[in-house]
Design a protein around this ligand. Sequence first.
Ligand code: NDP
Ligand code: 8X3
Length: 251
Amino acid sequence: MKKIVLITGATSGIGQACARKFAENGDKLILTGRNEEALKAIRQELSSKETEVLTMTFDVRDRETAKKCIEALPVGWRDIDVLVNNAGLALGLEPEYEGSLDDWETMIDTNIKGLLLMTRLVVPGMIVRNRGHVINIGSVAGDAAYAGGNVYCATKAAVKALSDGLRIDVANTSVRVTNLKPGLVETNFSNIRFHGDTDRAATVYQGIKPLTGNDIAEVAVYAANAPEHVQIAEVLILATHQASGSVIVRK
Ligand code: NDP
Ligand code: 8X3
């Protein structure tokens, strides 16, 4: 059955790959992000007779705008089946005693509070319909801290706790909750982390074949299409030569 899939941060990386994979799967897409031009481009790329795409421009930290957008969804788009809470970022890799308070606030506001806001806006409808699926993009970083990861790792540990908490809260319904935990995925992630230092960002993926956004999107689509009695609760997806957030074998 065609599903209505809402993806946050659909303008780049894992979110954009999820948009492409769910489109291939024939679903109806609500793509959200901050960059209106990038949203328009992906809507044009994916819209077809088979695939309907709606875009909404908002920052997941902006409570009022996000609420207005969800409340203003047109008829035929309101019964969201899958929420992919993907929007997120890492900023900096400094020791915890030296990091930037502004960077910390941005990560906490986006990765934790933004994800919570979207959950709070979308899940009540799922409960009423007794149908739905929340796919949170967590990280291997949430399993254990790595050097300089401190606050980013804490935000992804929070995604794990929030996924587990929501799964408990909806266990008496047919709503499912998945925490997808990627390792090294080559996207714009490291450029953002290093504030546009592309040379430094490139070193993150040197000597190892990293995952792609597509690798993660395939798992998301699999989880969303598993039989109704199957809940893919958590998946850790690593590059073959990565064993944890801090063990990466480069050749
Ligand atoms: P990208 O930087 O390529 O994509 C991040 C996306 O999130 C962009 O579309 C970005 O939009 C959006 N975004 C960031 N902040 C906000 C905001 N405040 N409101 C709305 N959208 C926002 O990185 P990835 O695709 O790699 O990251 C996606 C998710 O995957 C993140 O949650 C990240 O933590 C997680 N992850 C990434 C891994 C990796 O190695 N790459 C591994 C594990 C998890 P904009 O362009 O406007 O900034
Ligand atoms: C992103 C993966 O290992 O850089 O969550 O933290 S890592």
